[in-house]
Design a protein around this ligand. Structure first.
Ligand SMILES: NC(=O)c1ccc[n+]([C@@H]2O[C@H](COP(=O)([O-])OP(=O)(O)OC[C@H]3O[C@@H](n4cnc5c(N)ncnc54)[C@H](O)[C@@H]3O)[C@@H](O)[C@H]2O)c1
Length: 250
């Protein structure tokens, strides 16, 4: 149990999957959680915020497209207008467009880099001054084991996630003097909508490579995120925490 009462947290990609679970977990520790995602997901975002509030916790939602710098800036301004502070940013929004490199179109490469990497840069830049003035901040980037080990068919996705790890270390160095930490979580194979449609033999193949013998859950990822957002993690920065069941021990 970590104490996040009084903290305002923004979670991108919170309309479903891992982001939704992160939003719930942060709210259960006492944070006011602002769920952010694409305008097309407004119904889902609203449901996530309502479900958190139904547990007696604090939540709100704001629409933003990580592909649009103005939209990201205006989402952060909306949060600051409504709450007057922003302590925690979780860069979780992400997309995949898998294809072997020789078949991949330039637009497919750019789209994945723009959402997963540039999107995290835009949101981090938009919150940095506020966190610097507060002299307290936590930025957590959701990377992937694929950014650490590579994966056929994911040259765009692996580049974006490896880039996020470099971005994490750089933000950690730039903002450390203001008591702001920046870390990454690198999940392995996590059971979500994205992975549930895979054929059983593919899932079994993945599971065999995992020493702990199972796919991870969104809760496993969210537990690491909540720790990194806590006061207890105040001496951890620039780190990438693997949540992969031992599949890769970097
Ligand atoms: N599922 C896995 O096995 C796994 C493993 C490693 C890392 N990850 C990473 O975890 C994160 C969440 O994954 P997930 O499985 O929950 O994915 P998901 O597809 O279920 O959810 C992605 C979220 O990002 C949002 N999003 C997509 N494009 C956006 C944009 N342009 N602007 C704003 N929001 C946008 C979506 O609306 C959604 O809320 C991603 O960064 C993903 O790369 C997932």
């Amino acid at each position: 149990m970590f104490e996040l009462t009084g903290k305002v947290a923004l979670v991108t990609g919170a309309s479903q999957g891992i982001g939704e679970v992160i939003a719930h977990k942060l709210a259960r520790q006492g944070a006011t959680v602002i769920c952010v995602s694409l305008p097309s997901t407004e119904g889902d975002l609203q449901n996530v915020a309502e479900a958190i509030k139904a547990e007696g916790k604090n939540a709100d939602y704001v629409l933003a497209d990580m592909l649009n710098a103005k939209s990201v800036k205006s989402a952060v301004e909306t949060v600051l207008d409504r709450y007057g502070a922003l302590h925690i940013l979780v860069n979780n929004a992400g997309v995949a467009k898998d294809k072997l490199m020789v078949l991949m179109k330039e637009e497919e490469y750019d789209l994945v880099l723009d959402v997963n990497l540039k999107g995290a840069w835009l949101t981090s830049q938009a919150v940095a001054k506020t966190m610097m003035k507060q002299r307290w901040g936590r930025i957590v980037n959701i990377a992937s084991v694929v950014g650490q080990m590579g994966n056929p068919g994911q040259s765009n996705y692996a580049s974006s996630k490896a880039g996020l790890i470099g971005l994490t270390k750089t933000i950690a160095r730039e903002l450390s003097s203001r008591n702001i930490t920046c870390n990454a979580v690198a999940p392995g194979y996590i059971a979500t909508k994205m992975t549930e449609s895979l054929p059983d033999e593919v899932k079994d193949g993945f599971t065999k490579q995992i020493p702990l013998g199972r796919m991870g859950s969104a809760e496993d990822v969210a537990n690491a995120v909540v720790y990194l957002c806590s006061e207890e993690a105040s001496y951890v920065t620039g780190a990438t925490i693997p949540v992969n069941g031992g599949m890769l021990m970097p």
